[in-house]
Ligand binder design. Structure first.
Ligand SMILES: *Cc1c(COP(=O)(O)O)cnc(C)c1O
Length: 449
């Protein structure tokens, strides 16, 4: 298999003249030889950066460190490196030092919504569990840039056990999402321990792993790793391809190993200016993903983390991309475009409008071609008042299979048996006058009266 191409060979030999293919494909060799300074990056790529520019890059690296695997570096086209999508994602840009007033070090409030260290509990039934603080490549667009370059260490079992205990004691958690850092930088035996601890929690139904390893260090997906993972099904893996160029013989093989182990694969891309802000590039990417049994899951609007303004696009670019996909290609190739709400509101889907108008018995829709059509609604639909008494309902819900959560948010406004009729910010002045205190309490939260 043509895994060791000329470009890779050139880089490998510059690292170590006695290198053999087995070294290159050894993930520990790749990690050990990760490129961490501009000089080495220039030497291995065979490029020369202009002196003034280089000084700026070195200043940037002091604040936001550099680390790229030789494998990922080998994907760069040195003849046009400044426009190269892999170069842009892995090599610093002095624009990272320009922090905008609206940018934040923790835009998603992950550290605030954290009941115990390493856990972010935002949604009712699932938690994010930061189990590793190591990455094989430092993405320049990392949303957790605040943590990039923290000392790499194997998280100790005692600390991780606190997160496991939290999940054990929180029965509504049915889905845990292992993240980091990159969970696949943990050793096979550590992962084996962690997954077996999690699997022993009765109310936990699914384990998810988010990893960029298939993109930047595909050799980490070894037969042994896969044999550990498949002991703990259902395991889902989400990876992070941003550009079709990242899909190579090596990454294909990594994805095939995971898929062959029965692991459903998803992909989370970040919309990045100058990298993938183009409908044709995104269409090519999603087609390559599904060819490799990876379902495009999310397309993220770039977060408001510090120093990322050069990567951000207007939201309209994301909508334009989704417009170019829905209907134009297979439904399962279309990711959900989301904005992760600053302040910690979670992911909010955004898409083009397809519902143009409606009356009491018809809706007017438009399709991807611009055809405007109508859908006739039923003449009669007997509205059944739902008091959430499922036991006496004619629909056959098996109660033991169904959660018993209260309706929340707009779903609460829509439900029949709820008293509340509106959601109003606590700071609402009008209601403040009603209460006689002249003002709301000003915390901007919503109450539910
Ligand atoms: C993204 C995310 C999840 C998982 O969200 P899904 O929409 O279920 O994929 C869970 N917790 C946090 C904090 C997240 O950011």
């Amino acid at each position: 298999m043509a895994i060791f191409n000329e470009k890779q060979q050139r880089i490998a030999e510059r690292i170590d003249s006695s290198v053999v293919l087995a070294n290159w494909k050894d993930w520990r060799w790749q990690l050990k030889h990760a490129i961490r300074d501009i000089d080495t990056m220039e030497r291995l790529l065979g490029i020369e950066i202009e002196a003034e520019q280089k000084k700026q890059l070195e200043t940037t690296v002091q604040k936001f460190p550099l680390s790229v695997t030789p494998y990922y570096l080998s994907l760069i086209d040195k003849n046009d490196y400044l426009n190269d999508p892999v170069y842009k994602q892995s090599v610093p840009n002095s624009a990272e030092l320009e922090v905008q007033p609206y940018e934040m070090s923790d835009p998603l409030a992950e550290d605030k919504d954290s009941p115990v260290p390493n856990i972010t509990h935002r949604y009712p039934d699932r938690v994010l569990f930061h189990v590793s603080n190591m990455c094989s490549m430092y993405c320049r667009h990392c949303t957790r840039k605040r943590k990039v370059g923290d000392v790499d260490r194997i998280p100790n079992k005692k600390e991780i056990s606190k997160g496991i205990d939290y999940i054990k004691q929180t029965p509504q958690v049915r889905d845990v999402l292992l993240s980091g850092g990159d969970p696949f930088l943990l050793s096979d035996s550590y992962l084996d321990w962690l997954l077996s601890e999690l699997q022993s929690i009765k109310h936990l139904e699914v384990i998810r792993i988010g990893s960029r390893v298939p993109v930047v260090l595909p050799y980490r997906i070894t037969d042994n790793l896969v044999s550990v993972l498949k002991k703990y099904h259902p395991i889902w893996v989400n990876t992070h391809f941003n550009h079709p160029r990242e899909i190579t013989a090596s990454s294909r093989q990594a994805l095939a190993r995971l898929a062959d182990a029965g692991i459903p694969l998803g992909n989370q891309s970040v919309l990045l200016a100058g990298v993938n802000d183009c409908p044709r590039i995104m269409k090519s990417l999603v087609h390559k993903l599904v060819q490799n049994r990876v379902r495009p899951y999310y397309l993220y609007q770039c977060d408001l983390s510090e120093g990322l303004s050069h990567f951000r696009t207007p939201v309209g670019k994301g909508i334009e991309i989704i417009e170019s996909l829905i209907g134009h290609t297979s439904g399962f190739s279309v990711p959900t475009y989301v904005i992760d709400a600053p302040g910690g509101g979670g992911k909010i889907p955004v898409m083009p409008n397809y519902l143009i108008s409606w009356s009491t018995n018809k809706v007017v829709l438009r399709n991807y071609e611009g055809v405007i059509t109508t859908y006739k609604e039923p003449d009669s639909y007997e509205q059944v008042f739902c008091d959430r008494n499922c036991r006496d309902c004619q629909l056959h819900l098996k109660l033991e299979d169904a959660g018993e959560e209260k309706a929340v948010g707009i779903a609460q406004l829509l439900s029949d048996d709820e008293e509340i009729i509106s959601l109003i910010p606590d700071s609402n002045e009008r209601l403040g006058r009603r209460n006689g205190d002249g003002n709301g309490n000003g915390n901007g939260k919503y109450n539910d009266s």
